[in-house]
Design a protein around this ligand. Structure first.
Ligand code: GLU
Ligand code: ZN
Length: 281
C-alpha cells in the first residue's frame, strides 16, 4: 500500500502553491488506494506559529482533501531527532560548528543547492559544543555509505550526490533538528512510501537518501512535482501577492472547485506550472 504526505511548515498562510502540492499528494494516494497523511513541520521555533495550524486544517478541508489518521506534529517527535543525532555522533559523523552566517559567507568558495557550501572551517577543530550546531562530515558519511541511488517516479533513477551540499547542519542551535534530519526520520516513522513534494526540494533527496542508509531507514520512492510560478518564472510567494487560501475561503470561494481547477491545470492569470527539472544522471 502506498502512503503519501503533505508536510507544510506553519510559518505563513498556505497559498495556491501549497494547494497544488497538497492536491498532488492527496490524489496520488487516492488513485492507488493508498493513504494520505498530514504532517505539520513545526519545529522552527523562530518562525513557526501555532495559530496557523487551524488555518491549514481548515484550508485542506475546504479544498476537499481529507487526510488519514491523526495529524502528526514534528514538535512531538523531538526525542527521535535527538536519538538519531546521538547515533550519528557515536558513529563519528557529526562535528560541532559555531560559525555565523557572516563567517561562512566570508570563507565559502562554492555554491550548492541550498546556497553557499559550508567551507569546513570547524571540521577537525576543537569547538565547544555548547551553543554549537552539529554538521554532517559529508565526505566521511558518503564514504561509509558507499554509492547510493534513489528513484523519482517522474525523473527516473538518480545517483545520490549528497556531496553537492557539503557538510549540512543536522542539529541546529535554535531548533532540535534541521529539515533534512527531521523530514527523513519522520517519513520513515510515518511509513511514507511515496514522498511527494515540489521540485525545489529535488536535490534535498540526495541528502535524505544518504541519511536513510546511515540510520538504517527504509527507502521510499519520490515524486517531485513542478511548482506554480508567476509570470517572471519565480515560485509563488505570499509576500509577492499570491493570495492566501484562507482569504479565498473567507471570501466564500468554492474550495472543491479550486482543487479541481488545479487538477485540470486551469490556473489564475499570471500563474503557470513551471517546467519539470529532470535529475542529474
Ligand atoms: N515543510 C516543507 C515545506 O513547507 C516541506 C518538506 C517536504 O515536503 O519534504 O516546504
Ligand atoms: Zn563552523
Amino acid at each position: 500500500m502506498i502512503r503519501t504526505r503533505f508536510a507544510p511548515s506553519p510559518n505563513g498562510l498556505l497559498h495556491l502553491g501549497h494547494a497544488y502540492a497538497a492536491v498532488v499528494a492527496h490524489d496520488l494516494a487516492r488513485a492507488r488506494d493508498g493513504e494520505f497523511l498530514l504532517r505539520i513541520e513545526d519545529i522552527d521555533g523562530t518562525r513557526s506559529r501555532a495559530e496557523l495550524v487551524d488555518e491549514i486544517l481548515a484550508d485542506l478541508r475546504w479544498l476537499g482533501l481529507g487526510w488519514d489518521g491523526d495529524v502528526v506534529f514534528q514538535s512531538g517527535r523531538l526525542a527521535s531527532y535527538g536519538a538519531a543525532g546521538e547515533r550519528l555522533k557515536a558513529m563519528g559523523l557529526l562535528y560541532p560548528c559555531t560559525c555565523t552566517r557572516a563567517d561562512i559567507a566570508a570563507a565559502a568558495t562554492e555554491t550548492g543547492p541550498d546556497g553557499l557550501v559550508y567551507p569546513g572551517t570547524c571540521r577537525g577543530r576543537s569547538v565547544d559544543p555548547a551553543n554549537a550546531a552539529w554538521r554532517l562530515d559529508m565526505a566521511r558519511a558518503a564514504q561509509l555509505a558507499g554509492p547510493l541511488e534513489w528513484t523519482d517516479e517522474v525523473a527516473g533513477v538518480q545517483r545520490a550526490r549528497p556531496e553537492l551540499f557539503g557538510d549540512v547542519v543536522l542539529l541546529r542551535k535554535e531548533a532540535p533538528a534541521s529539515y533534512h534530519l527531521a523530514a527523513t526520520l519522520d517519513d520513515a516513522a510515518d511509513g511514507i512510501t511515496l514522498v511527494t513534494r515540489g521540485l525545489d526540494l529535488f536535490a534535498a533527496s540526495h541528502v535524505h537518501r544518504l541519511l536513510q542508509t546511515l540510520l538504517g531507514l527504509p527507502v521510499p520512492v519520490w515524486h517531485h512535482h513542478p511548482l506554480l510560478v508567476e509570470s517572471d518564472g519565480r515560485k509563488l510567494a505570499k509576500r509577492r501577492g499570491s493570495p492566501a487560501l484562507a482569504d479565498l475561503r473567507r471570501a466564500g470561494e468554492d474550495g472543491h472547485a479550486l482543487a479541481d481547477r488545479l487538477r485540470a491545470g486551469r490556473l489564475p492569470a499570471g500563474i503557470s506550472l513551471g517546467g519539470g527539472v529532470i535529475g542529474i544522471p
